[in-house]
Design a protein around this ligand. Structure first.
Ligand SMILES: Cc1cc2nc3c(=O)[nH]c(=O)nc-3n(C[C@H](O)[C@H](O)[C@H](O)COP(=O)(O)O)c2cc1C
Length: 360
């Protein structure tokens, strides 16, 4: 089973991922992983931190001479900004006088962020102890893991991509206007997987339904508030005759004449492109802060203002692409198994022959 475990704080020393369940013999390309990390840092409306970070992956385990060993893969993305937070975010009790960032406790929680609920839940006096992990900085290492999953999927002809749809958060003029007003924006992204054979996922249980798993994977990304598969919301307002994808047959086998279902029916892929959308709320850190209450004094005050993006929807597209790739990678590993890449690819090939299916 392909699994991802991550750890790391936004301004801590590093972000860490362990990817287990990869077959042995998969050739990874460091440049391809770093290219996705760079894509995640781009997009109009990002904070200056992105220039500072220049994320690159380090591999500490599970890889030898560029090939996976079939053992847990250990990935690290260092936070270059940590040098400015070395005292404030020191894992061990810091030595010397407080210096740099993060030395004063945060007591004014931001509406829309993890700050207040995190402080209450964990009994924290310094809201930073909550916000550092809740931050979307951790998506860097999830994108690295997604790039590995994309490499695996490419071995069986599946290609995953993501893009921001043209609403305000992806429009330069709208971003400029929001920045001028010291405000923030959200947006919508679409991620697509082509070459996905029928039969990934299952209708057997709610946990195994691929639509449910993709919804969880996308909703698990910071600031995502709604997820749609295929035409999603629009289907609720359509007639059955306009909502389903009719079945046809030509020289390339069985296929559908439309793809309103986004490639998934009954929790199982149906051979059409897998299409998912995610709706992102406006980012919660405003340079013109919203009202808050000081948790120390109980007095009203302005919410925390910290360096922040105006819009991160282009980045969300890359993070969602990684999430879609990872979940499809998991579903492909369940279906095709194999300890070595050769076993995995051979099982895929035999299956396609049995169902007489070719990608479009
Ligand atoms: C790629 C990406 C970048 C983000 N950047 C910021 C940011 O700079 N400032 C901010 O306040 N929130 C940012 N967020 C959103 C917050 O992390 C998120 O709203 C917060 O953790 C609360 O979680 P929730 O919105 O899912 O409820 C970003 C989200 C993503 C996906």
């Amino acid at each position: 089973m392909l699994e991802l475990t991550t750890a790391g704080e936004s301004h801590g020393p590093a972000l860490i991922a362990i990817v287990s369940g990869l077959p042995a013999g998969l050739v990874l390309d460091r440049e391809a992983i770093d290219a996705d990390l760079r894509r995640r840092q781009q997009g109009y409306g990002r904070s200056p931190r992105q220039q500072l970070e220049q994320d690159q992956v380090e591999v500490l385990a599970g890889l030898r001479h560029g090939r996976t060993l079939g053992t847990p893969l250990g990935l690290v993305v260092r936070n270059r900004d940590h040098k400015n937070w070395a005292w404030g975010m020191s894992p061990w009790p810091p030595e010397g006088e407080p210096e740099g960032k993060g030395t004063k406790p945060v007591t004014l929680p931001r509406p829309g962020h993890a700050d207040l609920a995190g402080a209450q839940k964990f009994g924290l006096g310094d809201v930073r102890d909550a916000l550092e992990r809740a931050s979307a900085r951790q998506t860097a290492v999830a994108v690295a893991a997604g790039a590995v999953a994309k490499t695996l999927l490419q071995e069986v002809g599946i290609v995953v991509s993501g893009q921001a749809l043209p609403v305000a958060g992806a429009d330069e003029a709208a971003v400029d206007a929001a920045r001028k007003d010291r405000d923030t924006l959200g947006g919508i992204i679409e991620a697509v997987a082509v070459g996905v054979p029928p039969g990934l996922g299952s209708y057997s249980t709610k946990e195994s339904r691929l639509d449910a798993r993709l919804a969880a994977a996308l909703m698990g990304i910071q600031a995502v508030k709604a997820v749609g598969i295929g035409e999603g919301y629009a289907l609720a307002d359509a007639r059955g005759s306009e909502a389903h994808d009719e079945i046809a047959r030509d020289e390339r086998g069985l296929h559908r004449t439309s793809n309103r279902a986004g490639g998934i029916e009954a929790g199982v892929t149906n051979g059409e492109h897998v299409v998912v959308r995610a709706w992102m709320k406006p980012l919660p850190t405003l340079m013109q802060p919203l009202a808050s209450v000081d948790l120390e004094t109980g007095q009203p005050g302005d919410a925390l203002v910290e360096r922040s993006d105006v819009s991160a929807v282009e980045a969300l597209a890359v993070v969602a692409e990684a999430a879609l790739a990872f979940e499809l990678g998991r579903a492909a590993r369940e279906k095709f198994g194999g300890d070595s890449l050769g076993d995995f690819v051979a099982a895929h090939k035999a299956y396609l022959e049995r169902i007489d299916w070719q990608p479009r």
